[in-house]
Design a protein around this ligand. Sequence first.
Ligand code: THU
Length: 130
Amino acid sequence: MARDLFEAARAAMAKSHSPYSQFPVGAALRTDDGRIYAGCNIEVISYPEGWCAETTALSQFVMGGGGHITEIAVIAEKKAAVTPCGGCRQRLAEFAGPDTRLHLCDTGGIVETTTLADLFPRGFEAEVLK
Ligand code: THU
């Protein structure tokens, strides 16, 4: 069912620009109207200036029209079931809900499915600014 999302994440990972960490990552997001956006991690020689695969995918998603994310897949070439970093969890939570499925993958497919709420409980929420 989520195989297409996994395939999109894996294809994105193949485009990773990660010559410094040698740790390619791919991510793919599905919207509630069926669109898929994917991204890879992109590193630069000034290390802090690089960014994660999830952030690239979110950028594609916003530029493609945005909306609501229902499903996320993340894959790393060298680590099975890699989870999004803290900053990316906050970024994903901006456009996804607590019930959003998060598929953790290895290079062969999805190995675990969890939710954003499970990975990112008690995040910083917009209500605090009101
Ligand atoms: N990375 C991601 O792309 N996503 C994550 O959630 C964790 C880390 C990347 C950043 C960096 O290019 C490489 O993995 C090693 O940290």
